[in-house]
Design a protein around this ligand. Sequence first.
Ligand code: HEC
Ligand code: HEC
Ligand code: HEC
Ligand code: HEC
Ligand code: HEC
Ligand code: HEC
Length: 429
Amino acid sequence: MRQISSISSLLKLLAFTLLFVSTNVAAQDAAAGEKLFKKNCATCHSWEKPGTGPALKGAVDRIAPGSYGDVDSWLKAWIKDNAKLRASGDAYGNAVFAKYGTPMSTFGNLSDAELGEIVNFLRVGPSTPPPPSGGNDKVPGKDSTNTEEGSDLWLLLIIIAVSALVIIIFTGVNRSMKNVIKTKAGEEADEPKSMWDAMGHWITTHKKLASIIGFVVFLTLGKIGWDALAGIGIYQNYTPKQPIAFPHDLHAGKNEIDCKYCHSSARTSKTSGIPSANVCMNCHKAIDEGSRSGKTEIAKLYQYVGWNPDSAKYMTKDGKMRNDTAIEWVRVHNLPDFVYFNHSQHVEVGKVACQKCHGEVQEMEEVKQFSELTMGWCVDCHRETEVQFAGNDYYKKIHEDAKAENKHKKDFKFTVDKIGGLECAKCHY
Ligand code: HEC
Ligand code: HEC
Ligand code: HEC
Ligand code: HEC
Ligand code: HEC
Ligand code: HEC
């Protein structure tokens, strides 16, 4: 009996592990579904806010599947051909249609597996929730760069857990076989009292293997901890997902639009700023298609500003001008509040190129944080970079004085630190 109970507890644990692995698989499924959703559905549906179609958060709970039996079958039929579903007399389908009036597109091209992935996504929702309003000020998280690494770690942990289980089960089976033989021979069986005893027993009898497994677990946990500590405050290569896939390479690179056409305040103020949608519309009233994403991404811009490309007019509803919604770009660069950084001082006065700090943005499809943005990074550059004094009488005088003072030093350079670029109060309020 005892043997059965310990085996059944092992089976429970195994089932739990399998469940864990399978939810992981479901999550992967949903990720594939999310891709399909973005490609096929996102022009009309968002998760939280109604657009051309309803917001899809909670859709799985409100749908009444009627004669389709269950929500999944209803959804698959609806997505594949909603007109056919409505024609079949389905009550819920006809009710949403009556409410929205615009027919949804049909998706006869999607396979049953793909439909399943989309349905999974509709249950789980977006992997990174859309930024709340005022998303511009969002402090960057490392989510977008780290998810893959995270799932690798999970995979590793799962593999370790499963192999440990397999080993335990093997020793269990091995022992019960021995016991069977022993009982037959009339000896008393030595059964383990519980799974933990079995594990303890296994560890004492397999010291080498146990210490290897222990070491791997230790390294894994250590790496997680170390990454978490080392990453605090440094977001180099941070590339958040933006509401519109705005490509710098096609604009600033291929079409050679000057950075300052869009980031015009870099010249005159502390911040460079992000252009408003009106700036985009200077060109995009006429350009409704890109070479990479076709019409999809530019259609999102039109959604935000309420532009109807067919009538070439801003859309009106009830005779009123439609309010445009600000595009919630997610901030890439973000110094802590206690640091003072001024763009015009660097770009205009210091004549530092944007690329020196931001990398070759004109070649990036998505902008990422190129530099560390640490104090050491600022200070190092101030130690190395010479002040631009041409055409600046104020600096010219200081520069001449400094040169006179340092006549004896052969390779004297008038660098930023010499005008106070290392003083704490210049960078800290
Ligand atoms: C051209 C715009 C458009 C596209 C593209 C589109 N939909 Fe729809 N969808 C709608 C509209 C509009 C409705 C409301 C019902 C109606 O008017 O037919 C709707 C309704 C729905 C509903 C029912 C929602 C509820 O609240 O009950 C679901 C689910 C849905 N769509 C899923 C999808 C999925 C998944 C895709 C992509 C494969 C997609 N839609 C693509 C416009 C669209
Ligand atoms: C057609 C307009 C346009 C042009 C030209 C342009 N940008 Fe941008 N830039 C944007 C928009 C819109 C964003 C916000 C979306 C994003 O981050 O991708 C942005 C974001 C950025 C960011 C990240 C800002 C943050 O959130 O921290 C940097 C850095 C940047 N641009 C630098 C440049 C540089 C350097 C150039 C020239 C090589 C340039 N941009 C040219 C429109 C433009
Ligand atoms: C000075 C003109 C100009 C401005 C301003 C401009 N664009 Fe564009 N945009 C273009 C051109 C030209 C293309 C086509 C580029 C190509 O595909 O080669 C384009 C293409 C695009 C695309 C599609 C790229 C692809 O993947 O195929 C998107 C999205 C886009 N622009 C968004 C924006 C946004 C958002 C803004 C405002 C921040 C903006 N544009 C401002 C000229 C402009
Ligand atoms: C000396 C380094 C340096 C140079 C040169 C520089 N930037 Fe920046 N940029 C930064 C830093 C640091 C931040 C982060 C500022 C913050 O978080 O307050 C930033 C932020 C930005 C942002 C985000 C919005 C904002 O203003 O905070 C944009 C857009 C941007 N830079 C564009 C540009 C463009 C375009 C140029 C060239 C005209 C340029 N930068 C030149 C260091 C630089
Ligand atoms: C690529 C080189 C470079 C980097 C990186 C850089 N700076 Fe500068 N910085 C300069 C130059 C050049 C000047 C001189 C401008 C001038 O002539 O007034 C300057 C001047 C300054 C000044 C004015 C100093 C004074 O005495 O007037 C401040 C403040 C400043 N930088 C802050 C920062 C901060 C904060 C960072 C990091 C977030 C930073 N800088 C990163 C090149 C750089
Ligand atoms: C050229 C600009 C600059 C100068 C000069 C400067 N700092 Fe900083 N400091 C920064 C930046 C940028 C950060 C933010 C670094 C980060 O977020 O990783 C920072 C962060 C800090 C922090 C927070 C701890 C940390 O490393 O994140 C302290 C404390 C600090 N500075 C003290 C000082 C003191 C004291 C001085 C004068 C000896 C000084 N700073 C001079 C730019 C500067």
